[in-house]
Design a protein around this ligand. Structure first.
Ligand SMILES: NC(=O)c1ccc[n+]([C@@H]2O[C@H](COP(=O)([O-])OP(=O)(O)OC[C@H]3O[C@@H](n4cnc5c(N)ncnc54)[C@H](OP(=O)(O)O)[C@@H]3O)[C@@H](O)[C@H]2O)c1
Length: 263
C-alpha cells in the first residue's frame, strides 16, 4: 500500500491534499496509508467529521501529534517508509520574524538524517514542498507580474516570502542526498477543481486549492525523476487549450485529479 506523510493537515492546503489523497484512494480502489502530523489530534478529528471528509474512508490515516513541527523524533516516525512527504505547515499571515518554513525544512532534514542513521540506506521519501510563486529572488514564475505590482505584492508578504526563500536555500544545501520538489503556487481560491497540469515555467493566479492539491499528488506519484530538485507550479489544464485555440472550449478534456469531485 503506498504510504504518504502530510504535515499541516489542518491547514487550507493540507486539508485539500488530504481530501485528494482519500478520494483518489476511493476512486482507484488502491488504499493509501496517510500519516498526518498535527498539533491537535482533537482538531484534526473534528475536521474528519465535516462534510468534506465524513463520507470518506479514514481507516488508513495514522495521526501523529506534536506540539511543533520541529519535533524531529515524532517527525521521523511520521515519515518513515513513506513514498512522499507533503510539507504544508505554513503561516497564512505575514508575521514579522516568521521562520516557520525554515523550521519545517530543518526539522524534516533532521528527521531524514535520523532515518538514514537508524535504517541505513533505504529509499528516502520525496519532499513535496508548498511555497509561493512570489517567493523568488530572480523572477521566474512571478515574471509576468508587471512592474511596480510585483514589489508591492512582495512587500505585502515579505516576511513569508523571505522565510520561504531561506527554507529553499537550506534544502538546496542537501540536494545531493534529499529528493524534493518546490511547488510555487500562484494565488489560491476556494473554487471547484477544473483540472490541473504541473508546469516548470508558468504559475496561475487564481487556482483552486483542489487543483493545487491534485498537482501536488501528481508530483508525489511521478515515477520518473523529471520533477526532482525543480521549482514547479500548477495551472489549469484547460487554460492552456483555451489559449491555444483562442476561445473557451467547454468540451476540452480536463485532467481532474484522480477521484476529485470538486467542492
Ligand atoms: N493563500 C494563497 O493565495 C497562497 C498562494 C501561494 C502560496 N501560498 C502558500 O500557502 C501558505 C499558507 O498555507 P495555508 O493557507 O494552508 O495555511 P493555514 O491554513 O494557515 O495552515 C497552516 C497549517 O500549518 C500548521 N502549523 C502552523 N504552525 C505550525 C507549527 N509550528 N507546527 C506544526 N504545524 C503548524 C497549522 O496547524 P494548526 O491547525 O494546528 O494551526 C495548519 O495545519 C502560505 O504561507 C504560502 O506559502 C498561499
Amino acid at each position: 500500500m503506498p504510504k504518504y506523510a502530510l504535515l499541516g493537515a489542518t491547514g487550507q492546503v493540507g486539508r485539500s491534499v488530504l481530501k485528494v489523497l482519500l478520494e483518489s484512494a476511493t476512486s482507484t480502489g488502491t488504499k493509501k496509508q496517510i500519516n498526518v502530523l498535527v498539533r491537535s489530534r482533537s482538531k484534526f478529528e473534528k475536521q474528519l467529521q465535516t462534510d468534506d471528509f465524513k463520507s470518506l474512508d479514514h481507516s488508513a490515516i495514522g495521526t501523529f501529534e506534536a506540539a511543533d513541527v520541529s519535533d524531529v523524533e515524532i517527525l521521523a516516525r511520521c515519515i518513515r517508509g513513506t513514498r512522499a512527504v507533503f510539507m504544508c505547515v505554513a503561516l497564512a499571515k505575514n508575521m514579522p520574524g516568521c521562520t516557520i518554513a525554515q523550521d519545517q525544512a530543518k526539522a524534516v532534514i533532521g528527521a531524514l538524517h535520523k532515518l538514514r542513521e537508524d535504517d541505513g540506506a533505504g529509499k528516502l521519501p520525496r519532499l513535496v514542498i508548498l511555497s509561493s510563486a512570489e517567493a523568488e529572488v530572480e523572477p521566474h514564475f512571478s515574471k509576468g507580474i508587471p512592474w511596480p505590482i510585483r514589489p508591492i505584492l512582495y512587500a505585502a508578504n515579505s516576511n513569508l516570502y523571505n522565510d520561504l526563500i531561506a527554507a529553499e536555500r537550506h534544502l538546496r544545501e542537501h540536494q545531493d542526498w534529499v529528493n524534493f520538489c518546490i511547488v510555487k503556487s500562484g494565488g489560491l481560491s476556494w473554487d471547484i477543481a477544473r483540472g490541473h497540469e504541473v508546469r516548470f515555467d508558468k504559475q496561475q493566479t487564481f487556482i483552486s486549492f483542489a487543483d493545487l492539491a491534485g498537482g501536488m499528488l501528481e508530483i508525489a506519484d511521478e515515477e520518473s525523476d523529471k520533477y526532482d530538485g525543480k521549482n514547479l507550479s500548477v495551472r489549469w489544464a484547460e487554460l492552456e487549450s483555451d489559449q491555444r485555440s483562442g476561445k473557451t472550449d467547454h468540451t476540452s478534456k480536463r485532467s481532474l485529479p484522480r477521484g476529485w469531485t470538486g467542492r
